[in-house]
Design a protein around this ligand. Structure first.
Ligand code: FPP
Ligand code: MG
Ligand code: MG
Length: 357
């Protein structure tokens, strides 16, 4: 990024807290029927937690806004490293609610992955066989439904209507984004505006609204909650743009999922849309959804000849910079711990655009 970004070891800040959250999720997803439990807990097993970007963002946003007064360590934020414990300041019941939003967010996210792999007929995810591959489509669909149901119960239990509406709207957005991706007109398929809207719905909305929810549960003003949402929005847009680049330039072994999967599913993402401005042949290929023998290879070679990947990365970097600007606009930090968490948010935004996995 064009601005210097501090290095912060995010795991040492919130690694323990995330581990507690994952333990609780594993407990929550126990079902009455073993096959439901198996599919619902599959991606919450130790070692396949994924990058945990969503929960990191929301926990750090919440802490970045907390007041840094010294308090009774036993009453302050839970699960912090002892040397940082005196700094983070939410009453225990507030931090617990923010942790609940992290659990809900990750359960919704994994529910979409289970359904997505059915829709995409994917065989691998996070370096494992996908749930549909392991247990079949029906179990994967019902496992996803079960996770959504558990997330809904957890959400209702927070007894906060505004947060409930935000997170329920995220589910609506996810479904809408997925449908926009799979059912589009020819004009829509070539449109960057349509792509950005879809990207907001299928990826950025969850991160934006979970960050916003965490701020609201921290009793912050609507203005501050909006800045939290802005951070999540830009982080999410950046994350998905990089995901779409890695589908072209990444390796399936480091990604733990197949590459060129978007082309193979007939979907043109930003690298293709930018590339088609230089290689008009890509327009025909996109409109016919890369469906003829050799189309996927030809499209990938054409994209490599253009600045499609570079231009996509520039947009991703622009969003990462805007995420950092949102942090810069937070009200003055109320303590050392809040400042460290702001640097961690800046570092997280940068690591999204420099990642290879
Ligand atoms: C991954 O995208 C998929 C999503 C981010 C959203 C999927 C949404 C649904 C399946 C609809 C609704 C489901 C629920 C439970 C609300 P991708 O296929 O581009 O990425 P990948 O490479 O990780 O598979
Ligand atoms: Mg997929
Ligand atoms: Mg998909």
């Amino acid at each position: 990024l064009s601005v210097p970004v501090p290095y912060v070891d995010i795991e040492s800040l919130i690694g323990d807290e995330k581990n507690c959250i994952w333990q609780r999720i594993r407990h929550i997803v126990q079902a009455e029927v073993p096959s439901l439990t198996r599919s619902a807990e599959y991606f919450f097993q130790p070692g396949v937690e994924g990058k945990r970007v969503r929960s990191s963002a929301l926990l750090l946003v919440a802490s970045a806004l907390s007041d840094g007064e010294m308090g009774d360590p036993s009453k302050s934020a839970l699960y912090l490293k002892p040397d940082l414990r005196p700094y983070s300041q939410y009453p225990e019941e507030v931090r617990r609610k923010q942790q609940r939003i992290a659990e809900i967010t990750e359960m919704i996210h994994v529910a979409t992955l289970l359904h997505d792999d059915v829709l995409d007929d994917a065989e691998t995810r996070r370096g494992l066989n996908s749930v549909n591959k392991m247990f079949g489509n029906k179990t994967a669909i019902l496992g996803g439904d079960f996770l959504l149901a558990k997330a809904s119960v957890a959400l209702a239990a927070l007894r906060n209507t505004e947060v409930l509406i935000l997170m329920a709207t995220v589910i609506e957005n996810l479904v809408t984004g997925e449908m926009m991706q799979s059912r589009s007109s020819q004009d829509e398929r070539m449109s960057l505006d349509y792509y950005y809207r879809k990207t907001f719905l299928k990826t950025a909305s969850l991160i934006a609204n979970s960050c916003k929810s965490a701020a609201l549960l921290g009793n912050h003003s609507d203005e501050v909650a909006q800045l939290a949402s802005d951070y999540g929005y830009h982080l999410g847009m950046s994350f998905q743009l990089v995901d779409d680049v890695l589908d072209f330039v990444g390796s399936s072994s480091s990604l733990g999922k197949p590459t060129l999967s978007d082309l193979k599913s007939g979907i043109a993402t930003a690298p293709v849309l930018f590339a088609s401005q230089e290689e008009p042949q890509l327009v025909d290929l996109t409109l016919r959804k890369f469906k003829y023998e050799g189309d996927v290879d030809m499209a990938s070679r054409l994209v490599a000849k253009t600045s499609g990947v570079k231009k996509t990365m520039e947009v991703a970097e622009m969003h990462a910079s805007k995420a950092i600007k949102a942090v810069d606009s937070f009200p003055p930090a109320r303590g050392k711990y809040a400042e460290v968490c702001r640097d961690a948010l800046r570092h997280l935004a940068n690591s999204v655009v420099t990642r290879r996995t």
